[in-house]
Design a protein around this ligand. Structure first.
Ligand code: SAM
Length: 302
């Protein structure tokens, strides 16, 4: 999978991907990140990429011409010219008829505070693609015609305003790369975490691997983890069992994986109710989950 980042600050990315999981994925060739300096697609002495906004107002806007030229150089045609199916075509290669088209496994993304929220569901979708282009805005943003003409998706990483799209692009690369099959040493890690899938959606071989690891006799054992099904993760603890007068919850050391699993589900529900009650609206909840939530709410009212 290849990321192509268009930015006025390519140096921003020189060390950000040199750590941990992303570094390993890049060095093992499971993903690649190329950066493109927007100023290389200008033609004036000052390598101008911005101009004043029409209609007046604060700040500057990234001009459309250098961005359009950069995208053309990367093999991206305006959306209106990307005709027909290109399933057998390499990403960004010219079509037989001469027009550039994008493979269905390519997306052109504009990072923008006005965009659709970036979620784990979207990160999973992007991890299945071959090529993701990320356009980083600066100043007041990017001339809207670039969005209209070229972008498949306008994407926001959260409800706040950054000074540029570079941090947002790095966030997208990080969140997506760790979901590419083979990147995480233990694929189960990506299955059992916040915003994860339902138990029933966890690949049987991964569930079985987790179960097998839990049972010393390698007999089927109750799994101690739940797929979060869109909820937040449960709290994690490690040694020492007592720290600063606080003890690890007893249930986690008694070795009963059924009990541990139930406790973890209750904690997922509790954390989600406290910190992200909005996530409960779309979560698939069992009758037992609802009972737990009612009990937590009842306790809070007392
Ligand atoms: N005028 C814009 C607005 O109010 O929505 C903010 C522009 S911001 C200062 C400059 C650039 O940072 C944007 O063009 C975008 O690329 C990036 N950016 C800012 N906040 C972002 C966010 N929450 N998610 C993704 N990109 C963001």
């Amino acid at each position: 999978m290849r990321f192509e980042i268009v930015t006025i600050f390519p140096g921003f990315f020189s060390s950000i991907f040199e750590h941990g999981i992303v570094r390993r994925a890049l060095s093992e060739g499971l993903a690649a990140v190329n950066t493109y300096d927007l100023r290389a697609f200008t033609h004036d002495r000052h390598r101008t990429v911005d101009d004043r906004p029409f209609g007046g107002g604060e700040g500057m806007v990234l001009k459309p011409e250098p961005l359009a030229e950069a995208l053309t150089a990367l093999g991206v045609a305006p959306k209106a010219e990307r005709t027909g199916s290109s399933a057998n075509q390499g990403a960004g290669e010219p079509c037989k008829d001469g027009a550039d088209r994008l493979a269905p496994t390519t997306r052109v993304i504009l990072l923008s505070a006005q965009g659709r929220p970036f979620t784990q569901v979207l990160a999973r979708e992007l991890a299945g693609l071959d090529r993701v282009m990320l356009i980083c805005g600066r100043y007041e943003g990017v001339d809207e015609r670039i969005n209209e003409l070229y972008c498949d998706l306008e994407l926001s990483i959260g409800d706040y305003v950054l000074s540029g799209g570079e941090l947002a692009a790095a966030v997208v690369v990080d969140a997506v790369v760790r979901l590419i099959p083979g990147v995480l040493g233990n694929q189960a890690s990506a299955e059992f975490e916040s915003f994860g899938v339902l138990d029933s959606e966890i690949a049987p071989e991964i569930g079985a691997k987790v179960d097998a690891g839990l049972d010393a006799d390698r007999k089927p054992a109750p799994r101690s983890q739940h797929g979060s099904g869109g909820l937040l993760d449960y709290p994690h603890y490690t040694r020492p069992a007592e720290f600063a007068g606080l003890h690890v919850p007893e249930v986690l050391i008694n070795g009963d994986h059924g009990q541990i699993r139930r406790w973890r589900r209750q904690q997922q529900l509790r954390k989600t109710l406290l910190n992200r009650p909005d996530l409960l609206e779309n979560a698939e909840l069992s009758a037992e989950d609802r009972r737990v939530l009612d009990a937590i709410q009842q306790k809070r009212r007392e």
